[in-house]
Design a protein around this ligand. Structure first.
Ligand SMILES: [Mn+2]
Length: 385
């Protein structure tokens, strides 16, 4: 094999096109706010107080060290706003996903945002802010839904991609309820999970096994545009299966994935979700991944995806664009060495990488920064650092 055939060769070439405008802005900001470092420190880009992205073990953690949007009125023109929905009132067993946003943010400090395979540096290509968490009401799931619905609408109605950090899967319903009024047409839902989550109620309430029953009651979120991938095991409910059959949901089991392969499943998912739809929502339940790799979750089900399979599948289904994404059911207290939270972060990053590469979100590498206040690039040679 020629080295030119390697994806790595492509990635190395692409790296030269990424630019470093925002990295330089971040250093300037860190030095202004964080003050100059002690004289013994030779690297004068290091500040006295840690500000922004560096170092990864320090600082007050937002998602991927994005700026904290303390003033929620400031949702305006970003590519992505990250928002936590700390709710586990919908968990039927093993609560703890209310700490999901915290766990995901902590784990998100580890990756730097650059990926050779994707040829993307998210710090340069995406304008991202972290708006913090929605004020949920643990004693009342319906009031929590009202808060989540309104918060997601606040972000989405301003044309900004919401990345929602759950929270148990009950938040899927208010997430769709929040975006539905602002989509001029039907919404498709690509749902990764071991469980269908289509029952009308769990334990007499709208808990985490029920979001898609209620979401697909919304007129422009029809069940025929809902595709559920990775389903199987012994934790699902018969009530949910009945609803899937009656409403014409597309259910892809893990056995289907084994037989058809990841690439064919991605094609099928895109066909179903995008059929006469204007937008697609991506719902990622971490329990679709085998508990050997994602133990930190409420309802683990052996026999799920391998990390490499699910990451490829996420990249493939993101190619056509996604209007928003939720990462749900990460429960840090059952996690081991943060592996579940890391994988949840990775899922979002791989989707972002694809959206950027495909020109669906942010700034494509090689295209210059067109923001009016962007500093001029001083040649590409220093991008190799
Ligand atoms: Mn699940």
């Amino acid at each position: 094999m020629e080295r030119d055939d390697l994806r790595g060769t492509w990635g190395m070439r692409r790296e030269a096109e990424l630019g470093n405008t925002r990295a330089r802005e971040a250093i300037e900001r860190a030095l202004t706010y964080g003050l100059p470092a002690a004289p013994s420190i030779r690297d004068r880009t290091i500040s006295l107080f840690s500000r922004g992205r560096a170092p990864s073990y320090a600082g007050i953690q937002t998602f991927l060290s994005a700026p904290y949007l303390e003033d929620a009125n400031g949702v305006d023109g970003q590519d992505v706003v990250v928002v936590g929905a700390p709710l586990d009132t919908g968990a039927t067993v093993r609560p703890g996903a209310r700490y999901g946003p915290r766990g995901l943010r902590l784990a998100s400090a580890i990756p730097g945002g650059y990926n050779l395979e994707a040829g993307v540096d998210l710090a340069e290509c995406l304008d991202m802010a972290d708006i913090g968490d929605i004020f949920t009401i643990p004693a009342n799931i319906e009031k929590s839904f009202d808060q989540i619905d309104r918060a997601i609408a606040h972000i989405f109605s301003r044309g900004v991609f919401p990345l929602v950090l759950g929270g148990d899967h009950s938040i899927g319903y208010p997430d769709i309820r929040g975006i539905a009024p602002y989509v001029d047409g039907n919404i498709g839902i690509i749902h990764f999970d071991r469980h269908v989550d289509t029952a009308e109620t769990n334990l007499d309430e709208r808990m985490h096994g029920t979001p898609w029953f209620h979401a697909t009651n919304i007129p422009n979120a029809p069940a025929t545009n809902l595709v559920q991938i990775g389903i199987g095991g012994w934790l699902g409910t018969r009530a949910g299966t009945t609803v899937c059959r009656e409403r014409g949901t597309t259910v892809v089991t893990m056995d289907d994935v084994d037989r058809l392969g990841v690439d064919r499943v991605a094609e099928l998912a895109l066909e179903v979700a995008w059929k006469d739809a204007k937008a697609v929502w991506l719902s990622f339940d971490i329990d679709c991944v085998d508990p050997a790799f994602a133990p930190g979750t409420g309802t683990p089900e052996p026999g799920g995806f391998l990390p490499r399979e699910i990451l490829r599948l996420l990249r493939l289904v993101a190619r056509e664009g996604v209007a928003g994404m939720e990462v749900v059911e990460v429960a840090p207290s059952y996690d081991v060495s943060e592996i579940t939270a890391l994988l949840g972060v990775r899922a979002a990053l791989d989707v972002f990488g694809t959206l950027v590469t495909e020109g669906k979100l942010g700034r494509r590498p090689g295209v210059s920064d067109t923001r009016p206040d962007a500093p001029k690039e001083q040649g590409g040679s220093e991008a190799g650092g």
